[in-house]
Structures are given as C-alpha cells and as structure tokens.
Ligand binder design. Structure first.
Ligand SMILES: Cc1cc2nc3c(=O)[nH]c(=O)nc-3n(C[C@H](O)[C@H](O)[C@H](O)COP(=O)(O)OP(=O)(O)OC[C@H]3O[C@@H](n4cnc5c(N)ncnc54)[C@H](O)[C@@H]3O)c2cc1C
Length: 460
C-alpha cells in the first residue's frame, strides 16, 4: 500500500497528496457521527485529469478510494477507512459558465451548493436545490446522494436538475457527458447511473445543472392544525390553490417544535397557542401583484372553514427566514440529543400520520427513556424520525423497529440521505432480490476490483 501512496505522490506531487499528520481531522469523518478514522492518504486533485490519474494509480495498486465532498452526508458514505485513500473534491471548485439562453450552468463538483446558488442568482437565474447544509455540502456530493431538500415538491430531487455529467470511473476513464439539451434520447442515460450511487460507481467531477427563472416573490406562513388528516387535506388544497407556486411544505409534529423551542434560544414561536400539527407553507412566483394575495386568500379560506386552527403569515423576507430557522435547527440535534439516529424514511403522505402513531408507543415500551421527534418534507413523502439512543440500547435494535414498520407500510428506508454504511444491512427490506442483483452487476462492471467506496451501499 505504501508503494501505491508513493506512486500517487510521484504522479501528483505532495501538494495534492497528504499523509500522516498532514491529513486534517475534518477528513476523518462525515456528519453521520460514526467513529472517526484517519485514512491512509488524502488526495485533493485540482482538475478532472488529476482525479483520473489518482484513480488509475489506485486501480493499479488496488487501493480503496473514498470520495469526499462537503462531508455533510448522514449515511456514513464519505467516512474514510484506515486502508483507503480519501479523495476530496474540495479543490475542484468553481462555476465554469452560466448560459442564460439554455438556463444552465457548468459547475465543478467541489463547488458548495450555496456558491452555486449565489452564482445562479447573480445571473438572475435560480438553482432550486436547497438544503440546510448548503454552506458546506458540494454539488458533487449532492449528485452522488441525489439530494432532496426543501423544494422537491416543486422542482424534484437533484437528479431532475442534472442535464449533463462528467464522472471518472474506477480505472481512471473520464466519462464526459456534459450535455446541455433538455431532450436527448440518444442511447442509455449514463449520467443517471452516477446520480445517487454514493461514490460507488464513479467520481463526479463536473455537472451541467438546469436552472429556472429567478422567482421574484416569496411568501410563507407557519400553520397550526388539529391533526394529521388535516395536514393531508392542507397539502391537497395548497397544491390546487397555489398550483406551480407551491415551493415548500414542511411538516412538524408538536414534539419536534416543543423540543426545538425549548433547546434553541434563538427561535421564536410564530403562533401563541399549541396545536396538533404544524406546517411551514411556502410559495414562490413571478407576479408581485397577485402572488401574495393568492396565498393570503388561500390561508383565509382555510382559516374560515376551520382546516387551519391558526396561521402566522410572514410579512417580510426577514420573517420568512425566521420561520425557516425553526425547520433548519435540525443541525442542533447532535448537541440536543447526544448519541442519536437520524432516520430519513419515505412513506406515502397519507400514511405518515398512522406510521408515527404506531411507532411512538412501540419505541417508548421497547426502549424506556428514548426521545423521538418527527418532521419532514411531507409534500414528497419524506419523514425524518430522530431518536436518542438511551444508554445500554443498541442503535441496531432501534433501527430494526423503525425499518420493519417502514417495510410494513410499503415505504423506503432512505428517501434522500442514501444508504452509505449505516443503512446497508436494511437494504433488502425495501429492494427486491432482482433489484439488488442488478445493482451488484452494475458495480462489478464499472468497478471490477471493488476499489470505489468499498463496503458502502452494496457488496459486489
Ligand atoms: C444540517 C443538515 C441538513 C441536511 N439536509 C438535507 C436535506 O434536506 N436533504 C438531503 O437530501 N440531505 C440533507 N442533508 C445530508 C447531506 O447534506 C446531503 O446528503 C448532501 O447531498 C451531501 O453532500 P456532501 O458534499 O456533504 O457529500 P459527502 O458527505 O462528502 O458525501 C456523501 C456521499 O457522496 C459521495 N461523494 C461525495 N462527493 C462525491 C463526488 N464528487 N463524486 C462521487 N461521490 C461523491 C461520498 O463518497 C458519500 O458516499 C443534510 C445534512 C445536514 C448536516
């Protein structure tokens, strides 16, 4: 292995290849919070060619490679191994161009999501992908995990925003498919092979992202409702009443809000009373004369007929940001809960209420003292369950309970964070043997020596 590292150093130079104490502690782990591990070496290429050279050498020497983006992943996918090279994309950053005519941008994989959003906004365009980790997560990581986030209800997941992709496969081949056409059915859609594959099939180096016109209006309200069935009805009415304007539908169970208000001093309660459920509803549009009144009329109608128990309408951009702070406070879970599990399950929106009602008493009886909160992008069926891990209880036992119930409800164990290592033991609960067989065949074809992120997602 040290010969392999020597070959990397000779080919790429010591500015690109760090070893031993030169490897920052930050690269020892991702956000999933497993035990940190120092990798054998940290490679930080500055170009696609350097990524290709690194992979060619690693393939030759059979050195495992763990691709790393912004390290905000929650499935352990970017956590290195002691016998592996960590390949960080942080230096392969920057927006190469923005084309207003085709509304697309060419971005290097190591660009942070926020930097890409800001570059699009500066060109009067809009990159709709958005998540709480925007300041650190990278476009490459977003594509490798097929990130979801706050605006899936309107614009889809990261997958839907990719027009073209450049990726380097395990043997160092550069697969450049930087297509800008919206319609291109010439053969297999290779870019989508890499999206959501969590660094197991190739390293994303550049991408062409599809942009939207920059919205000029944004309105939001924090709504209090009686119960979960009212949330499902609100979703139906908001979809019909706002049409294409509906940009976020974030659902929070009371236990989530009460925990956040108690633990995060900077948060303000938008509503004075207590309610059975809460929804952060947001619309973005292009008509400053009508969008606000359309939103207000919808709210008024639902307050009058009793679907909403109460609602706080944000009167300014600063107030909208304050409402989002409640939802984005999820970054505080580590401080609040200590050891915890951040579940990212997917269920049909009409099933999530019943799921939580079944899960809560089961958790409390089987794991006395456990704390659990529930929230999610329920407009797209994504429910986050965050539980503490009481002393003496194994995380595996809590996972078994949560995931078996998900499988009973016909849901998925990962709506957006991916499988990584953490969910790998549970994949077969929600994927058929034929699906897993085909995933293995693809892995063996693209990475015959199993050097790319080995041990993550599936074993070949
Ligand atoms: C506060 C907070 C909020 C979050 N909110 C959301 C949310 O709303 N929706 C959501 O989907 N996720 C969310 N996440 C999870 C996380 O931000 C996303 O999964 C994000 O897309 C990961 O990007 P990253 O650059 O940090 O990737 P990393 O964590 O570095 O890596 C993630 C996976 O992708 C692989 N990878 C990284 N870069 C590349 C590359 N260039 N080529 C190939 N493989 C690569 C890694 O090997 C790993 O398997 C949140 C995380 C935090 C901490």
């Amino acid at each position: 292995m040290s010969d392999g590292i020597g070959a990397l150093e000779r080919a790429l130079g010591v500015e690109v290849v760090a070893t031993g104490d030169e490897i920052p502690v930050r690269n020892w782990n991702d956000w999933a919070g497993l035990d940190p591990v120092r990798p054998l070496a940290l490679v930080r290429p500055r170009s696609t060619e350097e990524v290709a050279a690194a992979l060619r050498i690693c393939s030759e020497w059979r050195l495992p490679v763990v691709p790393q983006g912004g390290l905000t992943g929650l499935a352990g996918g970017a956590r290195p191994r002691a016998d592996a090279v960590a390949l960080s994309l942080e230096r392969l950053a920057g927006v190469e161009d923005i084309d207003p005519a085709s509304a697309s941008m060419l971005v290097r994989a190591g660009t942070t999501l926020q930097a890409a959003q800001e570059a699009a906004a500066a060109a009067d365009l809009f990159l709709p992908l958005d998540l709480g980790a925007r300041g650190s997560c990278q476009i490459g990581g977003n594509l490798a995990t097929n990130a979801g986030g706050n605006r899936v209800i309107r614009f889809g997941m990261a997958r839907e925003m990719v027009l073209g992709l450049e990726a380097v496969t395990a043997d160092g081949t550069v697969m450049s498919s930087l297509n800008r056409l919206i319609k291109n059915n010439a053969g297999f859609d290779l870019r989508q092979l890499f999206v959501g594959s969590e660094g197991t099939l190739g390293v994303v180096t550049r991408a062409v992202l599809r942009l939207q016109p920059q919205p000029v209006t944004r309105v939001a309200a924090f709504c209090g409702l009686r119960d979960y069935p009212a949330v499902v009805e609100l979703l139906r009415r908001a979809r019909r009443g706002l049409g294409g304007l509906l940009s976020a539908f974030e659902v929070m169970w009371p236990v989530f809000c009460e925990t956040m208000f108690a633990e995060c001093a900077h948060l303000r309660r938008p509503l004075s009373g207590r309610h059975g459920m809460y929804v952060l509803l947001e619309a973005q549009g292009y008509d400053p004369h009508r969008d606000g009144s359309r939103f207000e009329q919808l709210l008024e109608g639902m307050l009058v007929d009793g679907l909403l128990a109460d609602a706080a309408l944000a009167g300014s951009e600063a107030e909208i940001r304050r409402l989002w702070e409640i939802r984005d406070a999820v970054a505080e879970f580590r401080r609040i809960f200590g050891p915890h599990i951040n579940f990212d399950i997917g269920l049909l929106p009409q099933h999530a209420g019943a799921y939580v009602d079944r899960l809560t008493p089961l958790l409390e009886t089987q794991f006395p003292g456990i704390r659990a909160v529930y929230f999610g992008h329920l407009g797209d069926g994504n429910l986050h369950v965050v539980t503490s891990v009481p002393e003496g209880v194994s995380a595996h036992a809590i996972e078994a309970l949560v995931y078996r119930l998900v499988s009973e409800f016909g849901g998925t164990i990962s709506a957006e964070h991916g499988i990584g290592t953490i969910k790998k033991p549970w994949l077969a609960l929600v994927r058929t043997p034929a699906e897993i067989h085909l995933m293995r065949q693809l892995k063996r074809t693209l990475d015959p020596h199993n050097i790319l992120n080995p041990g993550k997602v599936i074993d070949p």
